[in-house]
Design a protein around this ligand. Sequence first.
Ligand code: ZN
Length: 260
Amino acid sequence: MIDSHCHLDFSAFDCDRAEVLAKCEELGVRQIVIPGTQANTWKRLIALCGQYKQLKFALGIHPYFLQDFNDSHLCLLDENLRDQHGVVVAVGEIGLDYSLTICADIQEFAFREQLVIAQKHQLPVIIHHRRSHNALIRMLKQQKFSNAGIVHAFSGSLYEAETYIGLGFKLGVGGTITYPRAQKTRKVLSQVPLSSLVLETDAPDMPIINKQGERNTPSYLPLILQELQLLRPECAEEIQLACLRNTLDILPNILSSRGR
Ligand SMILES: [Zn+2]
């Protein structure tokens, strides 16, 4: 299994990161992708991923962290992607979050510019969304963005899912599906093609059911897979294998051994 989205670099894991990774290994969670969130943490993220063979990174500026955003961050992104060519797996986590107080113009500017940079480096993107599917889809089309990527923690309509899939994107399946009240998302994820799904925890955020109030961890990924296996018509093994294959298809640099 691969956790395609986990913030294992966050301080919530500072006291037991090695133990968490050992637990993941034991449970068959063999690779973890850590998306970047802000320019001043990329260096530390790259260093962390150099220490553990299970860890892979993406680099990007998350909409939450745009308070002090300026053009120098985009130059730095461009430089880092060049230096980490063949190792960095995607540009992300980038996107639009209209529940935030950060001005939509700034978010849209940062998203658009990061799409341009991803296109230049021929990398996929990892997208964060909240109340923003229409704008995201419009901008992906306007930019003629052709490297696809992952719509992290997908929740949306079947139509939105199919539109992203039509643009080559995979949909991130996370802890949301463990909640019976997430009926709409559960239904959509049971209906889309199996070839469009990838697994993720978004740890330390997005706790699964019965673990609310606790730190989320990538070692819960098998529980998300189990829930997906209950939702889907295919057999359990086929689902597990497809999620693995889909993740490697969309983020092929996970298999890169450069720099090791
Ligand atoms: Zn995230």
